[in-house]
Design a protein around this ligand. Structure first.
Ligand SMILES: N[C@@H]1[C@@H](O)[C@H](O)[C@@H](COP(=O)(O)O)O[C@@H]1O
Length: 257
């Protein structure tokens, strides 16, 4: 796991977009994994700007979203299908139908989950997965206590995640769906590279556990310690509880120069 402690969201956006730009330069048909939430937005904004400047094209690319609520229609503005569209997909040149997400509105959720894993495999797997992290250490919607070997499945949000996500539903927790369809931990771990973004003090404990804690289902993101190519982009607030910051800064400086 490489950790980059960066001064602000603009720097996080640039470093994340650099990884995506390098990938599409090398492999124009690359498969991107897209996360929702506020953390990846600086990367998406930078990618949109670079696309408009003619630096990056997704015209041969494909993308898969991490997760979806169960109980919202695909047209609901807070469905992750819509959030992915408005935050990135509608602003770049992915071909029609190239961006998919789990179908949380399906009648048979288990079948939809199995189809989704199959679709990712048929596309050749995810080349680069962008990730956020929940304050309780969840990735996608893999909440504490779940299997670290899970595939795409129906899951249940914790009370904390429901509270955290209420900000997207006018602060009304009763509007936040309690269930989701999410890529599993094993699905995410199969992506060839991972770029995880965490910003702000309320992520500091989750970041400490993920980077320096013991691997445990109690903090699902700790499993990323087993990934061979995971880059963690954090601001100073999110890095505040890490012990080995001097070492991470030193390594990052060497890597960047
Ligand atoms: N399912 C999503 C996660 O994929 C995301 O990482 C997390 C953090 O969101 P934010 O980046 O807005 O803090 O929120 C949601 O629960």
């Amino acid at each position: 796991m490489r950790v980059a402690i960066l001064p602000d969201e603009a720097a996080i956006g640039r470093i994340g977009a650099d990884a995506v730009e390098r990938l599409y330069a090398r492999k124009p048909q690359a498969v991107l994994g897209l996360a929702t939430g506020s953390s990846p937005l600086p990367i998406y904004q930078e990618l949109i700007a670079r696309h408009r400047a003619g630096r990056i094209s997704f015209a041969r690319g494909r993308a898969f979203a991490l997760d979806e609520y169960v109980g919202l229609s695909p047209q609901h503005p807070q469905s992750y299908r819509q959030v992915i569209r408005t935050s990135i997909a509608d602003h770049v040149d992915f071909p029609e139908g190239a961006v998919r997400g789990p179908e949380g509105w399906a009648e048979d959720l288990d079948a939809a989950a199995a189809d989704y894993d199959r679709a990712i495999r048929d596309a050749g797997g995810v080349d680069l997965q962008i990730l956020g992290i929940g304050a309780d250490g969840h990735i996608a919607f893999n909440e504490p206590g779940g299997s670290l070997a899970s595939r795409t499945h129906r899951g249940f949000l914790t009370a904390q995640t429901i509270r955290d996500n209420a900000r997207f539903f006018d602060g009304d927790i009763s509007q936040v769906p309690a269930q989701c369809l999410t890529q599993g931990i094993a699905t995410i771990m199969e992506a060839r590279s991972l770029v995880l973004v965490a910003t702000g003090g309320n992520k500091a404990e989750a970041v400490r556990q993920m980077v320096e804690g013991a691997v445990s289902a109690s903090w699902p993101a700790t499993v990323l310690q087993f990934h061979p190519d995971a880059l963690v982009l954090v601001d100073e607030e999110a890095a505040a509880r890490l012990d080995r910051t001097d070492y991470y800064r030193e390594i990052w400086d060497i890597e960047r120069n």
